[in-house]
Design a protein around this ligand. Structure first.
Ligand SMILES: Cc1cc2nc3c(=O)[nH]c(=O)nc-3n(C[C@H](O)[C@H](O)[C@H](O)COP(=O)(O)OP(=O)(O)OC[C@H]3O[C@@H](n4cnc5c(N)ncnc54)[C@H](O)[C@@H]3O)c2cc1C
Length: 190
């Protein structure tokens, strides 16, 4: 829907005669706070503008009222363990701040928490070890993604990126692999 908004149509249940769809829009909160647009207005706009939804609308037998939720992504100087609470996945703010993808990090963070517990003899050291493993395996890459996100706010940087990608195949490959998660974001800065 633009640089800072996206829309989706997901099949949520397909087992019966009727198909249930999850339809929604997402927008970065900093962009949202700056704009005068209401999230429900954005959703209605998506429904009216999207050809696939327009076609599906004529077949709809029932519809739920749209609801809005905040979703967490990465943040700097992130603390993932707090006393007895060890956070993982979205709750730990380790969702990719550029793509919103968080399934892989949610699973991997769960594995690192078990490792932190296994390698520790006290609750405090388990807590410290999970924070340490987070810093070792997630922090640099998420910080690099946040850095890229802050650059992408400037239109001329997006234009420059596209200009450069049109001229340099190796760089284009590198950027594409990074955004699909095959190369860490921090490697873009090396
Ligand atoms: C529309 C959309 C599209 C996405 N697309 C992608 C994608 O393509 N690829 C990708 O990698 N990521 C995607 N994500 C992000 C991804 O879904 C999350 O990053 C990921 O699910 C986080 O996993 P999690 O286990 O941390 O949290 P969740 O999957 O949110 O799991 C938390 C669970 O806890 C339950 N829960 C909450 N409170 C309580 C409570 N008090 N008691 C008991 N249970 C509770 C919830 O019901 C939920 O089942 C998408 C997210 C959205 C919203």
């Amino acid at each position: 829907m633009g640089v800072s908004e996206y829309g989706w149509i997901f099949p949520a249940a397909v087992g019966s005669e009727l198909v249930q769809l999850n339809v929604g829009v997402g927008v970065w909160i900093d962009e949202y706070n700056k704009s005068k647009v209401n999230i429900i207005m954005l959703f209605n706009e998506f429904i009216q503008r999207n050809q696939a939804i327009k076609e599906l609308l004529s077949l709809v037998v029932s519809q739920q009222k749209p609801q809005a939720y905040p979703l967490a992504t990465a943040k700097r100087a992130n603390i993932v363990s707090n006393g007895k609470v060890f956070k993982i996945g979205d709750a730990a703010n380790i969702t990719d701040p550029l793509t919103g993808e968080g399934i892989a990090n949610a699973i991997v963070s769960g594995l690192y928490v078990t490792q932190a517990i296994n390698m520790s003899t006290t609750l405090d050291s388990a807590s410290e070890n999970w924070q340490h493993l987070y810093q070792l395996y997630f922090e640099d890459d998420l910080d690099a993604a946040l850095q890229i996100k802050s650059f992408r706010k400037f239109l001329f940087i997006n234009k420059l990126l596209i200009w450069f990608m049109n001229r340099n195949e190796t760089f284009t490959e590198q950027v594409t692999y990074t955004f699909v998660g095959l190369i860490p974001y921090k490697k873009l800065f090396l």
